[in-house]
Design a protein. Structure first.
Length: 139
C-alpha cells in the first residue's frame, strides 16, 4: 500500500523466547536448532526424555517441543508428566512426530502439533502460534 510504513523492531536476547526441544535424535535437534537460528526463538535440545522435566524447571522455557517415539520413555508419558507438574505444567507443548496423531496429541493436552519431517516454515509457524497465545495471555 502506498504511503504506509512498516516498522519492526528486533531486541535480541530480550525478546527471545526459549524453546526446549525433547528428541532422542541429535540430528533432529540440530535441524530444529538451524530452523530457529536468526529468529526470536532460542532452542535448547534434550536427548534424554527422563531429563526433560528437570531441564524445563531449570531453564524456564516458554515453549516445549516434544517428540513421541523415544526409547524408555515415550513422548505421551513425558507430556503427561509435564502437564501434571506444579511449575512447568502451564507451558505450551508442541508435539513433533512422524506419527499422524494430531487429534490424540491435542486430546492429551498438547497445545500444538507438527508432523515430521517438519519444514522450517511449519516449525516456526507452530512456535509463532504458541508465542501469540502466550502474548495474549500475558496481557
Amino acid at each position: 500500500a502506498s504511503g504506509s510504513l512498516e516498522v519492526s523492531l528486533a531486541f535480541p536476547a530480550l525478546g527471545q523466547l526459549l524453546v526446549l526441544a525433547v528428541d532422542d535424535n541429535v540430528g533432529t535437534l540440530n535441524l530444529l536448532q538451524r530452523y530457529t537460528a536468526g529468529t526470536r526463538y532460542r532452542l535448547i535440545g534434550v536427548q534424554d526424555p527422563e531429563q526433560a522435566i528437570r531441564v524445563a524447571e531449570q531453564a524456564h522455557p516458554r515453549i516445549v517441543v516434544l517428540d513421541v517415539m523415544m526409547p524408555r520413555l515415550d513422548g505421551w508419558e513425558v507430556l503427561g508428566r509435564l502437564l501434571q507438574h506444579p511449575t512447568v505444567g502451564q507451558l505450551p507443548v508442541v508435539v513433533c512426530t512422524i506419527l499422524a496423531q494430531e487429534e490424540l496429541a491435542l486430546a492429551l493436552g498438547a497445545s500444538g502439533f507438527v508432523r515430521k519431517p517438519v519444514t522450517r516454515q511449519a516449525f516456526l509457524a507452530a512456535l509463532d502460534q504458541q508465542a501469540t497465545r502466550l502474548e495474549r495471555e500475558s496481557r
